[in-house]
Design a protein around this ligand. Structure first.
Ligand code: PEP
Ligand code: MN
Length: 357
């Protein structure tokens, strides 16, 4: 059940409604989202109780939803949510966003080189891990705080907004002013304290599907973020574990269609982790665009063979340029504008100014 309060509801009316709900034996949570206030419960009240709740002073509507997720559900909000991580970057059904960059930030030269290449090629944001979740404790774990500093430098150089994964809620302050989109990785999809923490952050969150999580579990994780007050969530399909051993993961494009049906949140696809092989990234990128994804998360490295993580699935900067050239006409065909970086716009306007002078 979602009980929505009217905009001018008073604190005492909320308190009275809460005790009425609890008197009916319904356990509920108070949620503040987008300047609106709700009481949300997993219980489905009877038609009789619904009528009673609707008539409480200060209540504007009562919606009964059978799904375990509520605020992220299309049943609750039929219209697509638009996410705006930066001034020129609007995620909607009319646009297509390509986030690109290395799996991990390795050093200054590497990240600046890749940032400039992907910005020139037409990426809308730079990705790069500073804190890396690695299966082996002996593998490169990322540069940590220094990695975040280098991402900041890359942002200044390239004008690209930054997407980077957070592993630990205690690091949240480090991300607060630096990172435009906070990524929650597949391994952290069910780290509930982390989901609650990013829910309190006034920043968009890119939530990746756990490698063994169902679509409904992904939606319930997203619900944690919205219930904590943050409506700016982007979901990301990145491949799941199946019996199929010919690729690192099985990219579940069914999930894109299912998610589009069940939620109003934007859906991205990560064909790099989804396939584990750079040669398959262009085909699966086209497929993701064709089946309704709103954007891609693609790993790009200036020298994949020497990458400290995920080199085998990283495109070269040249491959990435070709990928964008290949996808742009498909975007146009589907009525989606490919979002390009501020710098691209600046370069264009500089050129126009030079031409005028
Ligand atoms: C990543 O994006 O580099 C990453 C670690 O992804 P995932 O969490 O999907 O494995
Ligand atoms: Mn990676």
């Amino acid at each position: 059940m979602i009980l929505k309060f009217s905009n001018n509801v008073s604190t005492s009316q909320i308190k009275a409604a809460m005790s009425c709900v609890s008197d009916l034996g319904i356990f509920s949570h108070l949620v503040n989202l987008d300047q609106e206030c709700f009481l949300i419960s997993p219980t489905q009240p009877s038609t009789e109780d619904c009528e009673l709740l609707k008539n409480i002073p200060g209540v504007s509507s009562v919606v009964v939803l059978a799904t375990p997720y509520k605020l992220v559900s299309r049943g609750f909000k039929p219209k697509d949510t638009e996410v705006n991580p930066a001034s020129q970057w609007n995620i909607s059904k009319h646009t297509f966003s390509i986030i690109a960059g290395p799996c991990a930030v390795e050093n200054e030269q590497q990240i600046l080189n890749i940032a400039n290449s992907v910005a020139r090629a037409g990426a809308c944001a730079l990705r790069g891990g500073a804190f890396k979740p690695r299966t082996s404790t002996y593998d490169f774990q990322g540069l940590g705080e220094e990695g975040l500093r280098l991402l900041q430098l890359a942002k200044q150089e390239s004008s690209l907004p930054i997407v980077s994964e957070i592993l630990d809620p205690r690091d949240l302050e480090l991300y607060a002013d630096l990172i435009d989109v906070v990524q929650i990785g597949a391994r952290s999809m069910q780290n509930y304290p982390l989901l609650k923490a990013v829910g309190e952050l006034g920043r968009p969150v890119l939530l990746k599907r756990g490698m063994m999580a169902t679509v409904d579990e992904l939606l319930q994780s997203a619900e944690y973020i919205l219930a904590a007050g943050n409506p700016q969530v982007i979901l990301c399909e990145r491949g799941i574990r199946t019996f199929e051993a010919s690729s690192r993961n099985t990219l579940d494009l069914n999930a894109v269609a299912t998610l589009k049906e069940r939620t109003h949140l934007p859906v991205f696809v990560d064909p790099s982790h989804g396939t584990g092989a750079s040669r398959h990234v262009p085909a699966l990128s086209r497929a993701a665009l064709a089946c309704g994804a709103d954007g891609l998360l693609v790993e790009v490295h200036n020298c994949p063979a020497a990458a400290l993580s995920d080199g085998q699935q990283s495109l070269t900067c040249e491959d990435f340029k070709n990928l964008i050239t290949d996808l742009e006409p498909f975007c146009a065909l589907l009525g989606r504008r490919l979002i390009k970086s501020d710098r691209f716009f600046k370069q264009k306007s500089d050129l126009v100014q030079q031409a005028v002078l």
